[in-house]
Ligand binder design. Structure first.
Ligand SMILES: Nc1ncnc2c1ncn2[C@@H]1O[C@H](COP(=O)(O)OP(=O)(O)OP(=O)(O)O)[C@@H](O)[C@H]1O
Length: 567
């Protein structure tokens, strides 16, 4: 399985290198390091007298959080925001490294670590996270507050698999003075840098980040801003309603994005939520505590139900809202344990869950992202009523892609596999502005033909944009599909950095035509894509005597030099 290395996930060594805080108050015991961010390390602390566990977030620089009075005042404000999907802020503790924030402990670790350990999540698991984070944001937005850094490192899980949105306000408390609030690359809205400091405007930015979170969970990668392809290309088996909702949250225009609460409610209706399989990501000492692993495949009763019963089932609930297995409602509404209650779940549950959980995860990956399971080989995804032959692709992780089309009908038409001599001359020339006008055209042609070979001329080897494009075009190629009619026209290209040197930035205004996603037999495979106008910043790199795209950034990134920075 392809592991995704996320910048939010600290390695073991990195965590070990964080200085262990000493607490003057003897009633606290400091345990293992839970994680390390850019400005703080987080430690498990326990109060042996009542065995209560918390997470203690301590600044990495001693100067931060030195003013205990100011911190307590701010915490007073933060503690106004209470929601079941917001990580609780419990208080302040003096440590050898300044004041630390006492937080609710989330044993299930972070979404960043989960995706790094497992790769893509299933549609149902994605729904579980999106609904929770959407509801937490709705709570903040209703009070005029904005989170500002919704990202996988800031989504944590309880042992029940309930997602908790973390770092609301506390990130700001611990950050060094002068560090901006532009969010995390891949999760910040195109307009974020432009709107910094404008109160109220950030709500749509939070919704964009929520959509980017959905993209991240479903594809296993952060969004590459700019010329983004629709999810229908990458994940044709995704429930269309969920796909459309994620796309709607990622709309370029903030006013077109839904409100967080509306988004959460619609996502919950779009696809049944599933409990998260957290086991691969948690610390070994936590495995026995987890209550989230699936003990059976998503249940579908074969019994016929009356229309009334069907209606009752249709009211969707997030998994953490359901009564735990082994509990039933006692008279008076409270839940009490049955003979197979909590604490007796033991080895059989773990063993069954390991087996079923692993199968479910692999199944989800096979359906949603076959390239994750078969990075170098074609796994055919038959269209409705069709059986396709499979054939191996070439290896080619480095340099121009060498994937071979699996069947004769997938061969690109003459002239679609290479740039024209005129285009080649521009790419090899001295004018990056001219190259910036050709590269998006070639890129669109690669998608129109379902031909990854062309991308070897377009994207810088080893770049994120190359990986994302190859994944998408190979997915199309495997299915024998193409985006018929897709063309790109660059309306304007202007320098966003000095044009001397081997790496330059060009602001590009491009228009993508409408297209139809068609199978090799000409039938339509997904809803047609609409024409779109996009403003992006292309980072071009000249290597091997030719200009290629090294990164695609939101247009707003031109305001930040040298690249988008994380708060
Ligand atoms: N309450 C918690 N319970 C369990 N683990 C936690 C908790 N808070 C943080 N962690 C772990 O520590 C990691 C780092 O925490 P966090 O991201 O809050 O630090 P940070 O300094 O704010 O990071 P950044 O500024 O880079 O966003 C998290 O990704 C998570 O793995």
């Amino acid at each position: 399985m392809q592991m995704v290395q996320d910048p939010d996930v600290p390695g073991e060594d990195e965590e070990d290198s964080a200085p262990r805080p000493v607490l003057p108050d003897p009633q606290w015991h400091v345990g293992r390091c839970l994680g390390k961010g850019s400005s703080s390390s987080v430690w498990l602390v326990e109060r042996p007298v009542d065995r209560k566990r918390y997470a203690l977030k301590v600044p990495l620089g001693r100067d931060a959080l030195s003013d205990g009075f100011e911190i307590r005042r701010e915490l007073g404000i933060l503690s106004r925001y209470r929601h079941e999907n917001l990580l609780g802020v419990e208080g302040v503790l003096a440590t050898s490294q300044g004041h630390g924030l006492l937080l609710e402990y989330a044993p299930g670790d972070s979404l960043a670590r989960l995706v790094a350990a497992r790769g893509v999540l299933s549609a149902g698991e994605t729904v579980t996270v999106l609904v929770a984070v959407g509801r937490a944001l709705d709570c903040l937005h209703a009070d005029g507050a904005v989170h500002g850094d919704v990202s996988p490192g800031n989504v944590l899980f309880t042992a029940n698999g309930k997602p908790l949105l973390a770092d609301f306000g506390t990130g700001r408390l611990l950050a060094e003075p002068g560090r901006g609030g532009t969010g995390t690359p891949g999760f910040s809205a195109p307009e974020t840098a432009l709107q910094a400091g404008e109160p109220g405007e950030g709500r749509a930015g939070d919704v964009f980040a929520l959509g980017a979170l959905g993209w991240f969970m479903l594809t296993g990668r952060p969004l590459v801003p700019g010329l983004r392809l629709p999810l229908s290309v990458l994940l044709p088996n995704l429930p269309p309603a969920l796909r459309d909702l994620v796309d709607s949250a990622l709309e370029e225009a903030p006013e077109l994005r839904p409100a967080a609460g509306v988004f959460a409610a619609r996502v919950l209706r779009a696809c049944p939520p599933e409990p998260l399989d957290l086991l691969p990501a948690v610390h070994p000492s936590i495995a026995a505590e987890l209550r989230t692993r699936r003990t059976s495949p998503p249940a579908r009763s074969r019994r016929r139900r009356s229309p009334g019963q069907r209606k009752a089932r249709r009211s969707p609930r997030a998994p953490w809202e359901e009564p735990l297995r082994g509990t039933r409602a006692a008279p008076g509404g409270s839940a009490r344990k049955t003979r197979r209650g909590a604490g007796k779940t033991g080895g059989w549950l773990i063993a069954t869950a390991l087996l079923v959980g692993a199968t479910a995860v692999l199944g989800a990956i096979a359906v949603l992202a076959p390239e994750v399971l078969h990075p170098d080989g074609v796994r055919s995804v038959p269209a409705a009523g069709q059986v396709q032959e499979t054939a191996p692709t070439g290896p080619g992780p480095e340099g121009p892609p060498r994937a071979e089309p699996p069947a004769a009908q997938l061969q690109p038409a003459q002239g679609e596999s290479e740039p024209t001599p005129g285009e080649l001359a521009v790419l090899a020339g001295d004018d990056p502005l001219a190259a910036a006008k050709v590269l998006p055209v070639l890129r669109a042609r690669a998608f129109a033909a379902g031909n990854p070979e062309l991308l070897g001329w377009v994207n810088q080897p080893g770049s994120e944009v190359e990986a994302a494009d190859l994944t998408a075009v190979r997915a199309l190629q495997e299915r024998g599909e193409r985006l018929e009619g897709l063309t790109a026209a660059v309306l304007d290209a202007s320098a966003a950095s000095p044009l001397s040197g081997e790496r330059v930035r060009i602001a590009v205004s491009a228009e993508l035509s409408a297209w139809t996603q068609v199978r090799s037999d000409g039938t339509q495979a997904a809803d047609p894509g609409a024409e779109q106008r996009q403003e992006v910043l292309l980072e071009l790199q000249r290597s091997g005597g030719s200009w290629r795209i090294a990164a695609v950034l939101p247009a707003a990134a031109s305001l930040q030099e040298p690249s988008v920075t994380k708060r």
